[in-house]
Structures are given as C-alpha cells and as structure tokens.
Ligand binder design. Structure first.
Ligand SMILES: [Zn+2]
Length: 490
C-alpha cells in the first residue's frame, strides 16, 4: 500500500445489510472454494517475507527472484503464461535506489541568539526507523546545513498557494508536512512526492525533510542528483520547534484551520549523511498468469484479480519484509488463481492473475499493465484488487458505482463467505491509491479490498509473518473467486 492512504476520505462507506443465508453453490464452485488453503497462503507470505527476497524492492535482484518463484508456483498449479518469450513475467523499466548507510543529527540551538556571539548547539543524534529514515531514493551526500519550515512544501502560486513565498531555501533543508491545506482537487498534483521534491530541488534546497507521525520506509519518488530527502518523527520535530515555542500538532492544526502558508527559518541545523546506490537501468516485472475462458469469443475478454507484489526493500541493514503489505494480498491473489486453474468448468471469459511491481514506487506496474494489456486479451472487463489482507478478521473495501451489477457480484459472493464488513463506493482516484486506480481511471469496473487491520508496523521492519492471520487471506480469496467467476461467466 502507498503511504498514509486516507481511504475513508476517498470512499463513501456503506455498511452491508445483514447477510442473507448462504446460497447453495454447485459442485464446480464448491470444488474451487475447497482448493483455497489458508495454510498454503500463509506459507506463501512466509516465503515472500523471508530475507532471501530482500523486501521485494522492484528492480532489485531480490524482487526478481521472488517474481520468478511466484511464476513457478503459478505454473505448477496449471495457469497459463501470457507470453511465449517472457512467459509469466511482464517486464518494464524500473529505476531503483538502495540506501547502504545513513546518519542524521539535529543541532539544537542553545540559549538565545546573540549578535555578539556565535550560536552554540546541542547535538541530538537520531535513531534509524525510530526517529528518521532517508526517503529510499536519496542520493549520497554528507552535509550540515540550516533549516527552514515550509508548511506543506507546496509551491503553486498559479493556484494561489505558496509555502515558499519570501523564503530562501538555497543550500538548506526544507522541513514540511506531507499533505495539503484541504481536500480540494487542485492540490492533488502538488501532493505527489515527486512534485514536492522537484519544487524544493529547483529552489536550491538540499532535501525535503518530511514530518511524519510514525517513521515509514518510502521508495515513492525519483532519485535526483545531489538531493537527500528524509523523514523525521513528529517527536523529533517537537524538539526542534521548542525554539519557537510550538509543536508539530500546533503547526499542523494552524495550517489546516487557516489554509494559509506558515513558513519560517529555524536556528536548528541538520547533519544528514547518506550513502546510496542508484540503478537507473533497473527492470521491474509484473507476474501475470491466466486461466482461459471457455467461450471461444468471450475468452479474449478478461477479469483481472490483482495485487501488488512489491514492498520497500532492504536498506541500512534493515529488512522491510512486507508480510501484510503486500505478501498477504499476493497470497490471496495466487490462491484465487489456483482455484480457477483446478476447475472442471471454467467461466466464459478468461481470468487473469496479476501480481504488480512498483506499487510502492507509485502504481508503476499496474499502470504499465493497463497501457500494455497482454497479447491473449483484447479487453479487461473487471478488476479486483487486494492490498493488505493479512491482519484482522474481516474485509472492507470499495467498488465502482457503475455498473451496479459489479458490486452486486461481490455482495452475492459474500453470502457464502460472510467476511465483508463494509463496501463503499470508489469516488475517484487520489494520489494515495492502490493498483485498482489505473483500471478505474480507464473506466474498467473495479473493486479494492483489504482486511480490517490494525495493520500496525506499516512500512516498518515489524511487518513480519508473525502478524499474519491465515484465515482472513483465504476468506478474501474465496470472495474474489466467487465474485470473479460470476463476473467472468455472464
Ligand atoms: Zn505499502
């Protein structure tokens, strides 16, 4: 899942009416459901989250090895490859960066500034993951520099908002929150990490330093020469803000209440030292397999069951295993594939299993997929996305409002599984979407489901296999199997 996705803001959540009694399923569907195994899904997550695959950063050899492993598994279950040449893998360009080492120290001013004397500082050394992390596309550099606070880090004078107005950031670190003054769509472009980084770089800043309530690994951005962006915790920022008698919470509240820029230079300095390696020629892969439809004409149409396969990698000796995000959704999707592959009677349309690369880098694999629909198919007629199905005991999600029959297929499927707690309507595609977004944007009926959490240790080293509940992944697969079958067999 991408960082800090405020799902609730995007979706209007409607509770399902109490489930009606389980409908009777024919033997074909019953056999499909029976083949979905919670313990097998658990084993898949365990393998994907293992150190061998180095946190599955798209482009990295760890990701590629994991992709090959998943492809072999899908092949062993009898799913077909999408290409004679690349078989189950759909390659696309995917530059990536690995952070080998990073140190960050805040120099807090001691005493009041005095024109006659040099300012003295107290050093506060930050702890990786607890207090700070570089953004995972940082260049290498070791610099100590002055800092400025710049609200949301948005520079958009054309729409009447500029956190940089009157601010000199050349050769300094720009500290800001991630977000926008309000939910107005006009800020959407400026809320992209890439937009914010380039704005700061073009003004001569050394890096953006985001303030996050919790530190989370984040590879969603572009490597920029000489630019070293990072993230600090609100707690660390509170120590910095003592010099102006404020706190992170106060500043954020003022920014959202008044919707006007609040920016000022600080006395505190930052030393940030990063050693990283950038690989501009990286190649990412979607893993794509399918079960051919039974109708000779309709089989060129497909229903996609997808989820992202990637996570944020291994950096500075820290493994980000991504068990819940999104080993779990990957396992759910793979189990659906196995269920379809074993059917005696297949649906009329083809069913495609797609494990996307580059979601954490900004929906890159799914975007590539919709722009390069694999050869065997003319058209995608529906998309079911699974992101973080590993923690909790229920599912919730959202679905395209049109056609109404698409959402009904999920509700109908759930009558046999009884695990969906709420299903909202996808209102639009924001900057914090998941892999349904590129499909939805092309007008393809889409649904996105995840488990009800708590999803603690989000994008942290603690997102391990030990947090995973096998049953919820299998239940998600069962709903997907039944809903996709009915949608593909119309
Ligand atoms: Zn994620």
């Amino acid at each position: 899942m991408l960082k800090n996705r405020p799902l609730a803001a995007l979706f209007l959540v409607l509770l399902l009416s109490t489930a009606s009694p389980s409908q009777t399923l024919d033997k074909n569907l019953h056999d499909g459901l029976k083949s979905i195994s919670a313990s097998e899904a658990y084993d898949v997550v365990k393998t994907l989250a293992s150190p061998e695959f180095a946190g599955r950063l798209t482009g990295h050899p760890g990701y590629t090895a994991a992709a090959q492993w998943a492809a072999r598994k899908l092949e062993s279950w009898g799913l077909k490859p999408i290409s004679g040449k690349d078989r189950y893998l759909q390659p696309y360009p995917s530059p990536y960066t690995v952070i080998d080492k990073a140190e960050m120290t805040i120099l807090l001013p001691e005493g009041k500034p005095d024109a006659g004397k040099a300012q003295s500082f107290k050093e506060m050394k930050l702890i990786p993951e607890k207090d700070f992390l570089p953004l995972l596309y940082s260049d290498s550099a070791d610099r100590t520099a002055e800092t400025v606070f710049a609200g949301w880090g948005i520079s958009a004078p054309d729409i009447g908002y500029d956190d940089y107005a009157g601010l000199d950031v050349k050769g300094k670190f720009v500290i800001c929150f991630r977000g926008t003054p309000d939910a107005d769509k006009k800020y959407q472009y400026h809320d992209e990490h890439r937009t914010r980084m380039k704005a700061a770089r073009d003004k001569g800043a050394l890096g953006i330093i985001y303030i996050y309530s919790e530190i989370a690994s984040n590879p969603n951005g572009d490597w920029l020469e000489g630019f070293t962006p990072a993230m600090i915790s609100e707690k660390v920022m509170d120590a910095v803000l003592k010099e102006v008698n404020s706190t992170s919470a106060d500043l954020k509240k003022s920014l959202t209440t008044f919707k006007r820029p609040i920016s000022f230079p600080l006395l505190a300095k930052i030393r940030l030292a990063v050693e990283s390696r950038h690989f501009p020629q990286g190649v990412g892969y979607n893993i794509v397999a399918y079960v051919e439809g039974s109708d000779p004409k309709l089989r060129r149409e497909c229903v996609v069951i997808g989820g992202h396969f990637d996570h944020t990698g291994e950096h500075m000796g820290l493994l980000f295993p991504g068990a819940d995000d999104n080993g779990s959704g990957s396992a759910t999707v793979m189990e659906v594939g196995k269920a379809f592959a074993g059917l005696a009677r297949r649906p009329k349309r083809s069913v495609v299993i797609a494990l996307f690369g580059g979601e954490e880098l900004g929906l890159q694999g799914s975007t590539w997929f919709v722009d390069h629909v694999p050869g065997p198919f003319d058209k995608v007629v529906g998309m079911f996305n699974f992101d973080m199905t590993g923690e909790g005991d229920g599912l919730w999600g959202a679905v395209s409002a049109e056609p109404a029959e698409f959402g009904k297929a999920i509700k109908e499927a759930d009558k046999s599984v009884k695990v969906v707690r709420g299903l909202g309507v996808i209102r639009g595609v924001g900057v914090r979407g998941s892999d349904f977004a590129p499909f939805f944007a092309k007008g393809i009926p889409s649904a996105s489901l995840g488990s009800n959490g708590p999803h603690l240790a989000y994008h942290q080293t603690g997102d391990t296999i030990y947090r995973i509940n096998p049953d919820i992944m299998a239940d998600a697969a069962k709903v997907a199997f039944l809903a996709a079958y009915s949608w593909a067999d119309r």
